[in-house]
Ligand binder design. Sequence first.
Ligand code: V47
Length: 363
Amino acid sequence: MEELYQVIEKIKTSKDLDFEDGMLLMESGNLPLIGALADYVRKRTVGNGVTFINNYHINYSNICTSKCKFCAYFREEGQEGAFTLTVSEIMEKAEKARSLGATELHIVGSLNPRLPFEYYEDVLRSVHDEYPSMSLKAYTAVEIAYLADTTGMGVREVLLRLKKAGLSGLPGGGGEIFNKETRKKVCPEKISGERWLDVMETAHGLGIKSNATMLYGHIETPEDVVDHILRIRTLQKNTGGFQAFIPLRFHPDNTELQKKGIVISGPTGFDDLKMIAVSRLLLNGYVNNIKTYWVMVGEKLAQVALHYGANDIHGTVMEERITHAAGGSTPEHMPKERLIHLIRNAGRIPVERTTNYEVICEY
Ligand code: V47
């Protein structure tokens, strides 16, 4: 408790925590205290509602040149299991999503050299024309940078064209971990952390909101975690464009990191709760929504995380490939009623939201 005294004082007076404070939190074993502090800041920032969305994930392709060491989802062209959906296959999924009441499609894929830019536009335009009220949260900052480079159009132009085709916002994927050395070891081919932040800054400047993620539980250090979250906070102070921060729990099965014996098992429940709490405390109301992603942490821990700083539990999902390729064992679909039950049973108020965190219904 004593070692956290200076941090507690700052939290009480709503002061921003600095790098050193973040390290004290990361190195403390007093998880109940850190959780209680995060819960206090959560309540002060967003109150007692816990948001979720009726959504549907669509992965359009897994053929990828990035070959990240933590990823079990990607395939090489021609390899067994490689796939790319046609626009009409995506439309079938969009129809299924609509019939299940989804208000958002979460569309992400890979860096597939065979897909022309027009494919990305067609996907959005076709879905948007047919289902104009469906929100399209599509393509990570990594995909946007790839399209900018391969077409020579630049990030701004790519984003403007996708916005015109129906893009509502960007998901937070591809953030991984920003520290240069660590990033080089886990995803050497991926854009740098600085570039990821630049793409987000450009998107925010064009009125395109986004999420932010951080992948934890592989080879990152506590310093990397604090640095990552503080860099998100710094950009957020300039743009205000991040809607949610999502710590993503690393799943090691079938990944290069596991095959090489570098990471044998994933993070513990203690790590999962600490990441949520530290994120809430360092982001201190600049990013209002801290999301616990039940697909990765499991529904029971996601429920507990609602008392450790989280105020959003993502959504119904329905189809998920990235976590499941890496050993994820949660169901792929969570009925809305079950999410409502989990939230209510944790003593909180279930709130169905839109992509942009507008309230659809309080239950
Ligand atoms: O960028 C890849 C991660 C991300 C593994 O914005 C892995 O609302 C764990 O970004 N173990 C994609 N994680 C998922 C993502 C996301 C998910 C939910 C909501 C939102 C949002 C975004 O998944 C990738 C990468 O960081 N990932 N492989 C793995 N083996």
